[in-house]
Design a protein around this ligand. Structure first.
Ligand code: ARG
Length: 462
């Protein structure tokens, strides 16, 4: 074994690691995504070491210069990643030493890869959360923009996928605005727990050097330090929590996707999705498939899987760090990538939706969507609700036999079911009357949905 082949930790070993094992244990192929955060963390660590007189100012200058060059090499794609050097940390450290000599070897003073990697992952995730917040915001904006044109566009609201009561398309869309609002709250809240500094925990018990962890936290913009060294290096609950929040975002988008797919089917024909988000069939020339929403629905399974993977990764681990934790990166990074791409494409796609108001309206007219309004009408005239429900059920059966809507029945025909029914009934049987009557916060009346949109705009500006 030459000096060149030696691993950073190989001093106590009698033989080199087996080739297969080297491949099996290496993480550089995926953890190189953490490189810029690793450099950021190393720089702060070195600054602290110098401030505490653990390394010299000259060492700090050399380290800073070397790390700056490495950063450039990574950004320009010139950096050579070596599997032999196992992971992102050792690759960078080795290059640093090649560039600046002994100062590079001093960087790891008072630090372990255990607290280093935990720091890198937290810096990476914090950055991802900040980007994702912006992307959720952009999608919410696209939803509100579309909704603002459709407070008077009436469609059937469904329960059990059966026509239930009329709602406006805007009201339906704004339900997703609310979901995304909670999603944004969740990742912002998660950020508080992500944003704690593990460095200083060293391997597991802390370090004997006179370090200042709070100073490193300040340099890296952390809200504070992890207050127990064993916990700092071993737990990945922050990553699990984030992935759970991501799985919920994907789940919400999967539900919306399912609706877009149904609405675009000719059986519904409520919307059209711009061609640039669809593909054709290689055999059926007439096909235009909603591939993007279908893939969003599919990729939700993948993110949900990552959540289960991370939970399972954690559950059997004794304190403190175990190599198991190396497996946190692929699920986490893929979750961030999938969610980022999904949100980005979704905001664009919402802007490319064409609404077919006539089809929505005629679907709302087909399913006796105003039956509840007739029951409410009878209740307001004094009939107990259960009796009103019964009377309207009979009226619906009667209309169904005639193949017409409730509003097509003559007054005398309606009066067979209750003598409380008078001429004014026709205003409640219309779709517009039904919507307008649900005039309270959270209701589908155009006035209320306009107010909801105004609140949403204010939220988006704030
Ligand atoms: N690549 C490792 C990981 O991702 C870095 C920490 C290694 N620590 C160790 N004691 N082997 O977890």
């Amino acid at each position: 074994m030459t000096m060149q082949d030696k691993q950073a930790w190989s001093g106590r070993f009698n033989e080199p690691v087996a080739e297969l094992v080297k491949r099996y244990t290496a993480s550089v192929e995926f953890d190189n995504r953490l490189a810029l955060f690793d450099i950021q963390g190393s720089l702060a660590h070195a600054q602290m070491l110098a401030a505490c007189n653990i390394i010299s100012t000259q060492d700090l200058n050399d380290i800073s210069r070397g790390l700056a060059q490495i950063e450039n090499e990574i950004i320009s794609g010139d950096f050579v990643w070596l599997l032999d050097l196992e992971d992102v940390h050792l690759n960078i450290e080795k290059r640093l030493t090649a560039l600046v000599g002994d100062a590079g070897k001093r960087l790891h003073t008072g630090r372990s890869r255990n607290d280093q990697v935990a720091t890198d992952v937290r810096l990476y995730l914090r950055h991802a959360i900040d980007e994702l917040r912006g992307l959720i915001h952009a999608l919410q904006t696209a939803i509100v923009d579309l909704a603002s044109h459709h407070t008077h566009t009436i469609m059937p609201g469904f329960t059990h996928l059966q026509v239930a009561q009329p709602v406006s398309f805007a009201h339906h869309l704004m339900a997703y605005f609310e979901m995304l609002k909670r999603d944004a709250e969740r990742i912002v809240d998660c950020r508080k727990r992500v944003n704690r500094l593990p460095l200083g925990a060293a391997a597991l018990a802390g370090t004997s050097y006179p370090i200042k962890r709070e100073y490193v936290a300040e340099l890296l913009d952390f809200d504070g330090v992890c207050e127990n060294s064993l916990d700092a290096v071993s737990d990945r609950d922050f990553a699990i929590e984030f992935t759970a929040a991501a799985a919920l975002i994907m789940t919400h988008l999967s539900r919306l996707s399912e609706e877009l797919i149904l609405w675009m089917s000719p059986r519904f024909g409520f919307i059209d999705i711009a061609d640039r988000f669809c593909t054709g069939s290689s055999i059926m020339p007439q096909k235009k498939n909603p591939d993007v929403p279908e893939l969003v629905r599919g990729k939700t399974g993948r993110v949900n899987g990552h959540l289960v993977a991370l939970l399972t990764l954690m559950k059997g681990q004794p304190l403190a760090y175990n190599k198991d934790n190396q497996e946190d990166k692929e699920p986490l990074i893929d979750t961030v990538d999938t969610l980022t791409q999904t949100l980005r494409i979704y905001a664009d796609m919402m802007g490319g939706i064409t609404v077919k108001q006539e089809a929505m309206r005629s679907a709302a007219l087909q399913g006796y969507a105003t039956a509840t309004d007739l029951a409410d009408y009878l209740v307001k005239k004094g009939l107990p609700f259960r009796d009103a429900h019964e009377a309207v059920a009979l009226a619906v059966r009667f209309a169904e036999q005639r193949g017409c809507d409730l509003s097509d029945l003559k007054l005398e025909e309606l009066q067979q079911f209750s003598l409380l029914i008078a001429d004014d009934v026709y205003t409640v049987l219309t779709l517009e009357g039904s919507l307008a009557s649900r005039n309270h916060i959270g209701g589908t009346a155009p006035q209320q949905v306009e107010a909801a949109i105004a609140r949403a705009r204010k939220y988006l500006q704030g």
